[in-house]
Design a protein around this ligand. Structure first.
Ligand code: ZN
Length: 266
């Protein structure tokens, strides 16, 4: 791949890194990343992936920009209140880097479209705000053989994990959805806006490492961040033999997607 003068200038500080170099930068420009949700986590994800020159960024979100989003969702702006979040994110990414193509998926991720959508990308970054979507994304990624980098944030706490075969999946960590109301949402319990930035930026870092194939993968670990004590803790995760997805006896009727849908969805 030949870089233009502008590209050599734009990506100079990546190209300087022996772990990235021209080869790595070219790989980023050819990469396709699907970002689930353009909210508090999706905002820094989209902005740093765009700045890094990830060539294709898919953004799935069916929501519109609301005033209450702007405390943490820094990809959006006051003048874009009411605009589809995917369009707002596209405008922000285009303003950062014209090398990047944002593909707007202004729809909900469902069991019917998940495999088709995810199948078109190299890697998936989940920053969604509900458990149903998290389980669906996990199941679709595992069935489609895609690496999933997943982050979550609530109040002053954050979690980050990378799920890829043969390592554990999200269901190894959380076997099933918690009962409605057991775990509060950010809308119910609040979140420090900057913590979404911390976790989304760490998530972008892990996505870039996976794309470049550098460093230690976070697969097999869960990073737990506590902003109040400003502590980072990494715990080991093991595949759960009873996991409906990666256990020896896959109980596929428990999954969000039936295995038959893999064939239907390609
Ligand atoms: Zn599993």
């Amino acid at each position: 791949m030949d870089f233009s003068e502008d590209q050599i200038h734009r990506y100079a500080r990546h190209i300087l890194l022996p772990e990235v170099g021209g080869v790595g930068q070219a790989r980023l420009l050819e990469s396709k990343v699907l970002v689930i949700g353009s909210g508090g986590l999706g905002s820094p994800l989209i902005m740093y992936l765009a700045a890094a020159g990830v060539g294709t960024i898919g953004v799935i979100d069916d929501d519109r920009v609301d005033l209450s989003n702007l405390q943490r969702q820094v990809v959006h702006s006051t003048e874009r209140i009411g605009m589809a979040k995917t369009e707002s994110a596209r405008l922000a990414a285009a303003a950062i880097n014209p090398d990047v193509r944002v593909v707007a998926h202004s729809e909900r991720l469902t069991a019917d479209n998940a495999l088709d959508l995810i199948g078109g990308y190299d890697i998936v970054a989940d920053g969604s705000d509900n458990f149903a979507t998290r389980f669906l994304v996990n199941d679709a990624c595992r069935l489609a053989g895609k690496t999933l980098v997943s982050a979550a944030v609530l109040r002053f706490d954050g979690q980050l994990a990378t799920f890829k075969s043969p390592g554990p999946c999200y269901r190894c960590l959380y076997p099933s959805e918690p009962p409605e109301g057991e775990v509060p949402s950010c809308a119910q319990a609040g979140v420090l806006g900057a913590m979404a930035g911390v976790m989304g930026t760490l998530q972008a870092t892990e996505v870039l490492k996976e794309l470049l194939g550098i460093g230690d993968s976070l697969s097999g670990s869960l990073l737990i961040v506590d902003a109040l004590s400003i502590s980072f803790r990494k715990i080991r995760l093991k595949p759960d033999p009873a996991c409906a997805l990666c256990g020896p006896v896959a109980t596929i009727h428990d999954l969000s997607i039936h295995r038959s849908a893999v064939h239907a969805g390609g």
